[in-house]
Design a protein around this ligand. Structure first.
Ligand SMILES: [Mg+2]
Ligand SMILES: [Zn+2]
Length: 208
């Protein structure tokens, strides 16, 4: 029986921490992954960055790995949000975290039959295109099964960072999980999880 820790025994698409598998880009889900999930949030003042996220982005920036956000915002299609409100919230997150390479979101109603709403691959494919990297060399980090499925549908890899809304079967089905975004990024960069503790809390002031 092969040792699952031995990267060479695993298929290339299943080695997020493998030293030959550094991602060409990391694509993040927004709500419940980068920031607290405030359903259909239209107010930038309600943006709260989740613990470990700023440090994770610093690590990626230092490593020269481009980043993007791929987000379902069906509140637009449901008539609960305007696109401008989505853009204002996105801008707040972008500002707080030092800027992402690109932002892509799906504004459509879940029943609109679009090709961008996760678990469809459209957002992942578009983010990869804009970053000029192959989708299959990207990794998606998200908090629910739809993030993982969108990644897989686009040929990308995925790391699930579960939270209270993540279903048990989504966790079971995920190829890789991590307890938080910083751990997920350390995994992708081939850092041991023991190299530094995850900060218990990040202090983020909004009065800059
Ligand atoms: Mg989410
Ligand atoms: Zn869509």
């Amino acid at each position: 029986m092969s040792d699952p820790r031995h990267d060479d025994t695993l298929p290339a698409g299943d080695t997020p921490g493998g030293r030959h598998e550094r991602p060409a880009a990391v694509l993040f889900d927004r709500d419940g992954t980068l920031i607290e999930d405030v359903p259909y949030n239209s107010d930038p003042r309600l943006v709260r960055v989740l613990p470990g996220v700023p440090e994770a982005l610093r690590l990626l920036r230092t490593a020269g790995i481009p980043t993007a956000v791929v987000s379902n915002q069906s509140g637009v299609g449901r008539g609960l949000l305007t696109e401008n409100q989505v853009r204002l919230v996105n801008a707040r997150v972008d500002d707080a975290l030092g800027g992402f390479g690109t932002w892509v979101y799906c504004p459509h109603h879940p029943e609109a039959g679009c090709h961008c709403r996760k678990p469809k691959p459209g957002l992942v494919i578009e983010a990869a295109r804009r970053l000029a990297v192959p989708a299959e060399k990207c990794v998606v980090i998200g908090d629910i099964g739809a993030d993982v499925l969108a990644a897989q549908a686009a040929g990308a890899r995925a790391v699930l960072v579960p939270n209270a809304v993540t279903r048990a079967e989504e966790i079971t089905a995920a190829p890789h999980t991590a307890p938080d975004v910083l751990s997920a990024v350390r995994l992708l960069l081939g850092h041991g999880p023991e190299t530094a503790p995850v900060p218990v809390a990040e202090t983020w002031g909004w009065d800059r």
